[in-house]
Each structure stands twice: as C-alpha cells, then as structure tokens.
Design a protein around this ligand. Structure first.
Ligand SMILES: [Zn+2]
Ligand SMILES: [Zn+2]
Length: 248
C-alpha cells in the first residue's frame, strides 16, 4: 500500500492554515517527496524506515524550495536524489550553497541530482514529466508505483498536459491557488473548478487539492468551500490540510 502525507498545503507563504507545499509518498521501496516548501521540515516524523529518497522539485518559485535548508534534519541513510529539470541545475547548486545554507556536497548524506530529461533512465521507478502552463518552467509528474499511478500537477493553468499526466490515475494531486470562479491569465493557476475538470476529463479516480494560496484561502473553511465547488464537477475530491494522510 502507498501512503501519501501532505506535509505542507499552502501556496505562496506560511500562515496558521499551514506550511508551503510539500508531499511525501511512501512506497515499499522508496520515499518520494513532491516539492520542498516549508512543510518539508516535518519529513523526518514520517520517514522512520531506511529507504532511498527522491525529492522532485517542480520549479523554483520560493514556495516550492524554501524548505530545502531543513533537509539537514534528516539522515537519508540510503541517499537523497533530487529530481529537477536540467535547466535548473545551476540554480539548485546556487541556493543550496553558502551563504544561504550548507552546500549539497557538504551535507551529511549522499546527495545526487537527477536531471530531467536526460537522467530519467536512472530512476528506479517509471515516471513521466510534462511542462505545465506557468510563469516559469514548471514540470508536472506522473509516477508508476507498485501497480498504481499518482499524478502531480503543481503550479499551472488548465492545460492539456495536465489532463495527459492525470489519465486514469489512481490519485491526482493538483494545486488550487485561485478562489472558485477566479482567473489569472498573467500568472496561471487553477481554481477548484479547473482542477475538478482535469480530474473529470482524465478519468482520475481521486482528486486531492493542495497549494491553497495563503491570501485567497485565509482559513480552513475556505478550503472546504472550494472542495464543495469541486465536488459538483468531480465527486471524489478532498481539500488537503497539513498532515492529511491518504492511502492509494
Ligand atoms: Zn507555488
Ligand atoms: Zn509557481
């Protein structure tokens, strides 16, 4: 069985509702983390077994990488593999470095960078990556794990690539930065209706909304309201909150 823990569920910045986005997927053989917002500081509470750990960074907006300096809280006895688009390699090596934090090669565990697309064959599980529609290059990911499929569509406007990544997936995780009915063509994001439409059109089995913009969603009730709106289009929808656990 695969366990998914939502370590951080805010977009943009931390508030009383939660930390910025980070999701842990625990399989028999691996830990896979989706993005490294501040929620990633909770990681060690859930990673009690010794398994190789893969950290996927969808893009480098700060709410997706601001927790990288807390990786030091972990031991990663089987190594840490950071998956990024190859064009972000220099940026990763610049921000995980002096004077901001301990450099990657000085961390007390073995760290490797997996550059997409060229290093995809090095991954020990099958994964597909597609560009999202966002204000900077952003990757979505589709993971094939233990006979199940998990798809993650981080910051994006509604787009065909999101539907493709989610095709017949067992669990679709999307961002939900915009309020119901809201559009922002200049800085594309999903509202709950678009997220639900992606789930419906793709034939996904379950949708979890996350990355709730901290300004648009000032309290947990506003997330529940978004869930109600999404459910009218795609019934099997859950609005995530920090520390929510979902089994796949
Ligand atoms: Zn974001
Ligand atoms: Zn972003």
């Amino acid at each position: 069985m695969i366990k998914v823990v939502f370590l951080g569920t805010n977009g943009w910045f931390d508030t009383e509702t939660g930390n910025t986005v980070s999701i842990l997927i625990s399989t028999d053989k691996f830990y896979i983390i989706l993005d490294a917002g501040n929620g990633i500081h909770k990681l060690s509470r859930y990673t009690t077994e010794s398994k190789p750990t893969y950290l996927f960074l969808s893009h480098f907006h700060l709410d997706h990488v601001v927790g990288l300096h807390t990786l030091l809280l972990n031991k990663f006895p089987k190594g840490l593999y950071i998956i990024i688009h190859e064009s972000y390699t220099k940026i990763l090596n610049s921000i995980v470095d002096f004077p901001f934090t301990m450099p990657l090669d000085k961390l007390p565990f073995d760290t490797r960078v997996i550059q997409v697309p060229k290093d995809i064959p090095k991954l020990p599980f099958q994964a597909q990556f597609l560009d999202m529609t966002h204000s900077s290059l952003t990757l979505g990911i589709r993971l094939y794990l233990d006979g199940k499929i998990i798809s993650y569509c981080p910051d994006t406007g509604y787009c065909q690539n999101a539907v493709t990544l989610a095709k017949n997936t067992d669990l679709l995780i999307t961002e939900c930065a915009l309020k119901p009915g809201e559009e922002n063509p200049k800085w594309p994001h999903l509202n709950p209706e678009y997220a639900a439409r992606i789930a419906l059109e793709s034939g996904a089995k379950k949708l979890v909304l996350t990355h709730f913009d901290a300004k648009n969603y000032p309290d947990l009730k506003s997330r529940v309201d978004a869930e109600v709106v999404a459910k009218k289009i795609f019934q099997n929808t859950i609005a995530s909150m920090d520390c929510l656990e979902v089994e796949v």
